[in-house]
Write a protein that binds this ligand. Structure first.
Ligand SMILES: NC(=O)c1ccc[n+]([C@@H]2O[C@H](COP(=O)([O-])OP(=O)(O)OC[C@H]3O[C@@H](n4cnc5c(N)ncnc54)[C@H](O)[C@@H]3O)[C@@H](O)[C@H]2O)c1
Length: 283
């Protein structure tokens, strides 16, 4: 008996990282999976993009769980592509019970030097793309008068982040979107919540941009990243967390165990937000 037996979960950004973990952990709990991702490079993102091989690996890992999976190349900035992916999912599996709107990017830039292109690509993907993903699945959920929506925000949807104001603005926006649709769609039997990850080891962070930011200078190393990650949490042994910790939280929110949970932000951050602030580099 799995927590998601008989359910179909639609995941954005399922090709790697947390999206892949959502697919595999949900499948382990009995769900069939529809996921979308893009294999195209982004204009402003300095780290490696997801590949067709990454998407194929997610498919393989879900099938290994004896669950059905549909993998679709689509960009969350393209409403028609999202609508088509939902239609394909419905044609194949007959229903979509849960949305995990996880797709996102992370770039850095001082607020005064950030380019319009950087700001706009961030908002287009990390905020507008989340709304468009919701828009694509909600008509079906309203028709069935049930559904669970999990939006991936961040601890930076609850606290600011120096040198990535565009990212924090988008992630705070995701929380506002979630709280609004929880109110609007609750009467239709649809729940909406956010997961708010702390530091997760994935393609988004395990790269030179992440190393440099955590080192505080160019030429940072993976060890700098991992060492800095240790200071983010309060739990013994905490540091950069595997993507599965977020997938576990989403399974809970999508399951009957959370049938009366809606409108909440759920940090999974090893206690990061519980800590009183300290200045690691006082001037
Ligand atoms: N890694 C962290 O420390 C961390 C912390 C807090 C929140 N998050 C959030 O978690 C989510 C997942 O990130 P991750 O850590 O797995 O990173 P990741 O880069 O490994 O995965 C993100 C996935 O989203 C996909 N994606 C990005 N833009 C897309 C678009 N326009 N259309 C379709 N797919 C798109 C990417 O191709 C990729 O497969 C993101 O929303 C991110 O902002 C990450």
């Amino acid at each position: 008996m799995g927590l998601l037996d008989g359910k179909v979960v639609f995941i954005t950004g399922g090709g790697r990282g947390q999206g892949r973990a959502h697919a595999v952990v949900s499948a382990k709990e009995g769900a069939d999976i529809v996921f979308i991702d893009t294999t195209q490079p982004f204009a402003t993102v300095p780290y490696a993009h997801t590949t067709a091989e990454d998407m194929a690996e997610t498919v393989r890992l879900v099938e290994e769980q004896d669950r059905r999976v549909l993998s679709i190349e689509a960009d969350v900035r393209d409403q028609a592509a999202l609508d088509d992916a939902v239609a394909q999912g419905l044609a194949q599996f007959g229903q979509i019970d849960c949305l995990v709107a996880n797709a996102g990017i992370w770039t850095l830039g001082p607020v005064a030097e950030m380019t319009r292109e950087q700001w706009q690509e961030m908002i287009d993907i990390n905020l507008t793309g989340v709304w468009q993903s919701v828009k694509a699945v909600v008509p079906h959920m309203i028709e069935r008068q049930s559904g669970s929506i999990v939006l991936t925000s961040s601890v930076n949807g609850l606290e600011g982040g120096a040198f990535y104001s565009h990212y924090a603005a988008a992630k705070f926006g995701v929380v506002g979107l979630m709280k609004s649709i929880a109110l609007e769609l609750g009467p239709q039997g649809i729940r909406a919540n956010t997961v708010n990850p702390g530091t997760i080891l994935s393609g988004m962070t395990d790269n030179q941009q992440g190393y440099d930011m955590m080192a505080g200078h160019a030429g940072g190393t993976r060890d700098d990243l991992l060492a800095a990650g240790r200071t983010f949490g309060v739990l013994k042994g905490s540091g950069f967390m595997p993507p599965e910790v977020i997938a576990n939280a989403a399974v809970f929110l999508n399951s009957a165990m959370a049938s009366n949970v809606t409108g909440i932000t759920l940090p999974v951050d090893s206690g990061h937000l519980a800590m009183a602030g300290i200045n690691m580099d006082p001037k």
